[in-house]
Ligand binder design. Sequence first.
Ligand code: ZN
Length: 61
Amino acid sequence: MKKSKVRKLLCKIGIHKWSRKTYIDYGSTSNVKNWKRYCMICGKRQSWVQAKGDKERFRGK
Ligand SMILES: [Zn+2]
């Protein structure tokens, strides 16, 4: 009980316990991947897009 209270507190201040990242690949015609993950404590979801095979360009944007 004590532990879960602490975890929820961490979520409140933005420190989530993220699940494994999974991605959706839209196929070879797409040059981006859509990553998703969620918090295993509060269920918060997060998603972002990453360019395929070209991290430098993505970072420089
Ligand atoms: Zn959370």
